[in-house]
Design a protein. Structure first.
Length: 420
């Protein structure tokens, strides 16, 4: 039955309005047929205007996060791609917001991260506030942490630990990287902040902290990108090991200057797409990569050692160009998801969902492109099962409406017709 449910929360001295919009999805489920005759499950024309991240959970739900009509939004489908949960966060002051990321913890709960504003987003950066929210295994809201007064304007990733600390990676108001360690259950929020400032001599700046993972009780690993003044709109990778208990202690910081990703101001959000996975012998970092020139975009895969040394780096370009969205671990190596298109078309709209399988050394095994020439289709995440690989993503028509798709590949990268 179609319905609209409204919930109110008093959070951190502000009132937010949560709109649980179920009704517009109830009649959207259908199946389409690709040019090869294989079926794909989709949900068409939603209110989403941006999808920032997607994961497939331990219970096989697909969680999409992003923005719809200026609101941070969570959308969840079950394994059969039936709608399971949807919630959008609105600020009563007329501002905008977005969820940037989502992580599942060891207890099956979820930590969402993003930003909100008080309605002055485009005229006053001080109005922006990074935040993290904790939700239970049914995606119901439990807890909120956010600090505009502490200088956190964007939260790009967040995790929690058994002690109740939130470790938040993001961006400060002065457009430099920042890390927060916050425990709302302790006096004065047990608030710690580790900011990255510009080097006063060289001008080098850690501009974004994009990822965080916990490697042991008190050890954490962070990644992001940095810039230098003689290379405007060019970004290098960086990574850092740190300890946090009662104080925040940096073990080492690595600035990769072997090459730089190119961008322009309009492309800055593409570079936020990054994924960090701890593995048995180090860390894997998947991200977007670009070089100088109009058609030189690709996916980047980096292997770091446990002691924060660069082991290797590889780039992949799909049909000619590719954009990165996510990376997941498999029994043969890794799957990178995103989109690809032929630069000879001269159109960024005609993108196809792209799935790339590589072995543990980053060598290409197979790749798969899916979609039609009149839509922008993107693979946002994937998961390996014993007999297939499940892919979830989005499509967008010329009108700009975003829909959601799910399809299956076999373990050699071929599209499977049977979705059951």
């Amino acid at each position: 039955m179609n319905h609209l449910k409204i919930k109110f929360h008093l959070i951190n001295g502000k009132i937010y309005l949560y709109l649980l919009l179920i009704f517009f999805f109830s009649t959207c489920k259908k199946e389409i047929t690709s040019s090869s005759g294989n079926a794909v499950r989709i949900y068409g024309q939603t209110l989403f205007t941006q999808v920032k991240k997607a994961i497939i959970t331990s219970k096989d739900d697909v969680v999409f996060v992003g923005q719809e009509k200026g609101a941070g939004s969570i959308l969840v489908f079950d394994k059969d791609f039936s709608l399971k949960f949807h919630e959008a966060l609105y600020d009563f002051n007329g501002g905008t917001g977005s969820y940037n990321n989502v992580a599942e913890n060891s207890e099956g709960n979820f930590i969402f991260s993003g930003f909100g504003s008080s309605g002055r987003l485009h005229t006053n950066l001080n109005a922006m506030e990074g935040f993290a929210t904790k939700h239970d295994e049914s995606y119901q809201y439990q807890q909120f942490v956010g600090f505009n007064s502490g200088g956190l304007s964007q939260a790009y990733a967040a995790i929690d630990n058994p002690e109740g600390d939130f470790i938040i990676a993001g961006e400060a108001l002065n457009v430099s990287g920042i890390i927060f360690a916050i425990n709302p259950k302790k006096p004065l929020f047990h608030f710690k902040r580790y900011p990255f400032y510009r080097n006063p001599v060289s001008g080098e700046t850690v501009q974004r902290v994009l990822n965080v993972c916990r490697t042991s009780d008190d050890d954490y690993f962070f990644t992001g990108f940095w810039s230098k003044p003689d290379a405007p709109w060019k970004y290098g990778n960086w990574s850092m090991r740190a300890k946090f208990k009662d104080t925040f202690e940096v073990i080492d910081l690595f600035l990769d200057s072997s090459d730089f990703r190119s961008s322009s101001n309009g492309e800055i959000w593409i570079h936020m797409n990054s994924t960090l996975i701890p593995v048995s012998d180090g860390f894997m970092v998947g991200s977007y990569y670009s070089t100088d020139g109009p058609y030189k975009r690709g996916m980047e895969l980096i292997k770091m050692s446990h002691n924060n040394q660069l082991l290797w780096k590889k780039h992949y370009y799909g049909l000619g160009m590719a954009e990165f969205k996510n990376m997941v671990e498999t029994d043969f190596g890794y799957i990178l998801t995103g989109s690809t298109f032929d630069p000879n078309t001269g159109s960024f709209v005609k993108q196809k969902a792209y799935t790339l399988a590589v072995d543990k050394s980053g060598n290409r095994i197979w790749d798969h492109a899916f979609g039609s020439d009149d839509q922008m289709t993107v693979a946002h995440t994937a998961k390996q099962y014993p007999d297939h690989i499940r892919v979830a993503g989005t499509f967008q028509d010329s009108g700009g409406s975003i829909g959601f798709i799910q399809y299956k590949l076999d373990n050699s990268g071929k599209l499977i017709e049977d979705l059951n």
